[in-house]
Design a protein around this ligand. Structure first.
Ligand code: PLP
Length: 496
C-alpha cells in the first residue's frame, strides 16, 4: 500500500472477507464499488426511472416545463435521419434539430463510419502532448471554407466556449485602451460567465456580477451603432448573431452588414459574428454573413460542427487579429486550447461532416427546400391570418410567429389560461407545439425571448416530403381553431 504523508492508508481485508457479489471491494485498493448503473441499465431504463433520476439529479425545475409540454412521456430509443423513434415505436419527425445541432440528421452513415473506423484503428484522442493531425486537418478545412483571412482556428467543445475565445481574442487585439464591447438587444451568446454579459436576458443573468464594459444597441440598428462608435472611443469590439435565434429568428438586411463592416473599418472596431446557431449551412450559405458579401474579424461555430454525434466548436479569427492577440511565443499560451480542444474522434467527426456537407449539397438543399418550407408556411398564414402573425427567416432557420391571443380568447377561457405557467400565457406556440408532438408526431422548438415564436430548424437533409408532412400536421392543428387548441391543451394538463 502507498504510505505518503497526504494519504490515508487502508489495509485491505483478506480475500476471504471480501464480498464477491455486485458490491465487491477490490483487494488492491479496498475501494467499495458504489451502486453504479451500467450502460445496459441506462439503455433499458423505464420512463419513470428516467424521469425520477432527472428530477433527483439533474434539474427538478426543468421537469415542470417538460410536463407542461408533454415531453416527459417520451423516451427516445433510436434516431435515424429526420426521425426519432420512441419507446412505443412511434416515429417523431424532427423539425427542432437540436436548435441547429443536427445538420446531417440523426446518425448519418458516413459520420458513423468515420467514427467507428477511428476507434477500430486505435487512434489517439487527446491532443495536449503531441500535435494532432486531426485537429490540424479540421483547422485547415475551416480556414478553406471561411472567406477572407479568417484562417486561425481555436477548437473547443461548446458554443459558449467558442464565443468566450472570440471575445478574448478580440479584446486582446483591440488593446487595453478599447475595452468596451457592443452587443444587441435580445442577443444570446451562451451562459458561461464571460458571454453572459453579452447575452441580453434578465433571467439568465440572474444576479451574477457582469462585466461593466458593455454597450447595448437594438439589433440591426446601424444608426445606434454609428452613434455609439462616434461617441465612445473606448469601444473596441462589436458582437452580433448574424441571425438571432433566441430572439425569435430576427434578421437584418444585407445593407446593414455592409454598413457595419464599413463602420468597423472606419473606427477600428473588431466585428465578431456569432454563427453558432445560424452557421454550418443552415441559412443557405455556410456562414450566414456570406449573403452580404462581407467578412467579420472573428466568428464562431458549434452545434452541427459535431456532426450530431459529439461536442465540437470553433472560433475562427482573422490572421491579423489572432497574431496581434497570441502571435508570439510569449503570448501563445494565453488562450491555447483546453484539455478537450481538438480531441481526436470529435475532429474526425467534424472533418467527415464538412465533407458530407459539400458532397451532398446540403447547403443548396437548405436554401431550396427552406424556400419551399417558407412558401408553404405563407400559404398557411394566408389561410389562418387570425392565428399566424408572421413567417420569417431563410434556409432552415425559420420562425413562425403566432398572434397574441390573450385578448381575443373567449372570456370563459381566460381565467383557465391564467392558471398556466407564466411563460405560456398568451402564447400559442407552447400549445401548438405540444399538440404537434402528442397527436401528429412532430417536434418543433420554442423560443427563449418570444414565446409566441416556434423555431423550425430541421436537419439540412430535410426533403420536400418532410416539409409536406410537417405542413399537413400543422394545418390540421391550426384548422381546429384557437379555442379548441387552448381547451385541449388545458384538458391535457388536468389529465396528467
Ligand atoms: C447564437 C448562439 N451562441 C452561443 C450559443 C451557446 O452555445 P452552447 O449552448 O453550445 O454553449 C448558442 C446556443 O444556443 C447560440 O444559439
Amino acid at each position: 500500500m502507498l504510505d505518503t504523508p497526504n494519504r490515508v492508508t487502508v489495509e485491505a481485508p483478506p480475500m476471504s472477507e471480501l464480498d464477491t457479489g455486485a458490491e465487491t471491494m477490490t483487494a488492491s485498493h479496498a475501494v467499495r464499488r458504489p451502486d453504479l448503473l451500467t450502460v445496459a441499465d441506462a439503455k433499458a431504463m423505464s420512463l419513470t426511472d428516467m424521469t425520477d433520476m432527472f428530477k433527483d439529479h439533474i434539474n427538478p425545475g426543468q421537469l415542470h416545463f417538460m410536463k407542461l409540454l408533454g415531453f416527459h412521456k417520451v423516451k427516445i430509443e433510436t434516431a435515424s435521419g429526420m426521425y426519432y423513434t420512441d419507446q412505443n415505436g412511434r416515429k417523431i419527425l424532427d423539425f427542432f434539430g437540436g436548435f441547429g445541432s443536427l445538420a446531417f440528421g440523426h446518425n448519418h452513415p458516413r459520420i458513423i463510419k468515420a467514427r467507428k473506423d477511428f476507434q477500430d484503428e486505435d487512434r489517439h484522442e487527446i491532443a495536449i502532448a503531441f500535435m494532432s493531425q486531426y485537429a490540424s486537418a479540421l483547422a485547415k478545412n475551416l480556414a478553406a471554407i471561411a472567406p477572407g483571412d479568417l484562417d486561425m482556428v481555436f477548437l473547443g467543445s461548446s458554443g459558449s466556449e467558442a464565443m468566450e475565445a472570440a471575445i478574448k481574442v478580440a479584446e486582446r487585439a483591440a488593446g487595453p485602451k478599447r475595452p468596451k464591447i457592443v452587443y444587441a438587444q435580445n442577443s444570446f451568446h451562451g451562459k458561461t460567465k464571460g458571454v453572459l454579459s453579452l447575452t441580453d436576458s434578465e433571467l439568465y443573468r440572474g444576479e451574477f456580477q457582469l462585466t461593466g464594459n458593455t454597450v447595448k444597441v437594438p439589433f440591426g440598428d446601424i444608426e445606434a451603432i454609428r452613434k455609439a462608435f462616434e461617441s465612445d472611443p473606448e469601444i473596441g469590439v462589436i458582437v452580433l448573431e448574424t441571425i438571432q435565434g433566441g430572439g425569435g429568428i430576427i434578421e437584418a438586411p444585407v445593407e446593414f452588414w455592409r454598413e457595419l463592416r464599413a463602420l468597423c473599418d472606419k473606427h477600428g472596431v473588431l466585428w465578431i459574428a456569432d454563427e453558432v446557431q445560424c452557421g454550418m449551412g443552415r441559412s443557405g450559405h455556410f456562414f450566414a454573413f456570406e449573403k452580404a458579401g462581407v467578412v467579420p474579424d472573428v466568428t464562431a461555430l458549434a452545434k452541427s460542427l459535431g456532426g450530431g454525434k459529439t461536442a465540437m466548436a470553433a472560433m475562427i479569427a482573422s490572421r491579423k487579429v489572432y497574431m496581434k492577440a497570441y502571435g508570439t511565443p510569449k503570448t501563445a499560451m494565453i488562450h491555447a486550447q483546453a484539455t478537450f480542444g481538438g480531441i481526436g474522434e470529435a475532429c474526425v467527426t467534424a472533418i467527415e461532416g464538412l465533407n458530407v456537407m459539400y458532397d451532398e449539397d446540403l447547403i443548396g438543399n437548405a436554401e431550396r427546400t427552406g424556400d419551399y418550407l417558407i412558401k408553404r408556411l405563407n400559404e398557411l398564414k394566408d389561410k389562418y391570418p387570425q392565428i399566424i402573425k408572421d413567417v420569417r427567416g431563410r434556409g432552415f432557420m425559420v420562425g413562425l410567429e403566432f398572434q397574441d391571443f390573450s385578448q381575443t380568447l373567449p372570456a370563459l377561457l381566460r381565467p383557465m389560461v391564467g392558471l398556466l405557467d407564466d411563460k405560456l400565457k398568451g402564447s400559442l406556440s407552447g400549445f401548438v407545439g405540444a399538440e404537434l408532438l402528442r397527436d401528429h408526431n412532430v417536434l418543433v422548438a420554442f423560443t427563449e425571448y418570444n414565446r409566441n415564436v416556434i423555431r423550425l430548424e430541421p436537419p439540412l437533409i430535410c426533403g420536400r416530403e418532410h416539409v409536406d408532412e410537417f405542413i399537413t400536421a400543422l394545418d390540421t392543428v391550426l384548422g381546429r381553431g384557437i379555442v379548441r387548441i387552448v381547451r385541449d391543451f388545458i384538458g391535457s394538463q388536468t389529465k396528467k
